[in-house]
Design a protein around this ligand. Structure first.
Ligand code: PRE
Length: 276
């Protein structure tokens, strides 16, 4: 049976993403402590696929995921799933919202609920996931601690929902990518994830790169920059293009970028999915 890794423990949004993505397959879902552990597990052959968060409506891209995927030449994005995220404040049974002084969760979940946390005047403490924060809150027995996590986590871990819909915006989505080691063939892909390291030889490289996609009528659904980690002020760019790698316009874009001296790595080829 294929093994699929996700950020655990049971009760995380990542578990929901992994179980929904694989709902038509017989797979074993394996929890890991961090995103990096999931992708290390993939690299070492411990699992066949990893489902990891990459982007959120409110908090933006997850740098750890980008950096760790980039680190291994073999890791490849071959799918995506986007979840609608409703954050709740969970407390131990009997706790009251007016008692909460500390809010525990993973940094992106905290960032999604900044206004609410400010309103209740609580301090924050970071954990590796929403569910690990919820488990620790339960173990602590403290009535002044709340965890930001899902209603599903409340149910699984045995906590009470003190407030729901506490994220800053009504619409809140997190996109997860499905990563494999090596490329697996896929029918009719319609999205390509690229890493472009601009040639440092000339000015305006980014404008020039973006122009190539615009002229070829290729839509970009996501763009992120990360430091090259070699020299301050030098960046590399991550792009999701709404086209398969072998579509005519995409092939043209890739060959023009190559001719101009930019370094390109195709990080993934996959099917676009609608939020669930
Ligand atoms: O901690 C979890 O439950 C996760 O699955 C991680 C994560 C994230 O890091 O973005 C995933 C979705 C939500 O945006 C909040 C937390």
């Amino acid at each position: 049976m294929k093994k699929v890794g996700y950020l655990g423990p049971a009760g995380t949004f990542s578990e929901q993403a992994a179980s929904r993505y694989t709902s038509n397959e017989y797979v074993e879902l394996l929890p890991f402590q961090t995103i990096v552990d999931v992708l290390d597990g993939l690299d070492s052959g411990m699992i066949d696929k990893g489902v990891v968060q990459i982007e959120n409506t409110i908090d933006g891209s997850i740098n750890l995921t980008l950096d760790r995927i980039t680190q291994s030449a073999d890791l490849f994005v071959q799918g995506e799933i986007t979840l609608s995220i409703t954050q709740c404040l969970l407390g131990i049974p009997g706790a009251k919202i007016s008692d909460i002084r500390e809010v525990w969760s993973i940094p992106p979940a905290i960032a999604q609920c900044r206004s609410f946390i400010k309103k209740i005047g609580a301090t924050v403490k970071h954990f590796e996931s929403t569910a690990s924060a919820a488990e620790e809150a339960k173990k602590s027995g403290r009535t002044d601690v709340g965890a930001v996590a899902s209603a599903w986590a409340a149910n699984r871990i045995g906590l009470q929902i003190l407030a729901d819909q506490i994220q800053d915006t009504a619409v809140n989505h997190t996109r997860f990518v499905v990563v494999t080691k090596g490329k697996e063939p896929l029918d009719f892909p319609d999205k390509t994830m690229l890493l472009i390291i601009p040639c440092q030889e000339y000015k305006g490289a980014l404008a020039n790169i973006l122009n190539i996609f615009s002229v070829l009528n290729l839509n970009l659904t996501w763009i992120e920059s990360r430091p090259t980690k070699t020299r301050l002020g030098t960046y590399q760019f991550y792009l999701d293009v709404e086209a398969g790698e072998t579509d005519e316009c995409m092939s043209k874009a890739l060959s023009i970028l190559g001719m101009l001296g930019h370094k390109i790595r195709v990080l993934g080829i996959y099917k676009a999915s609608k939020p669930v």
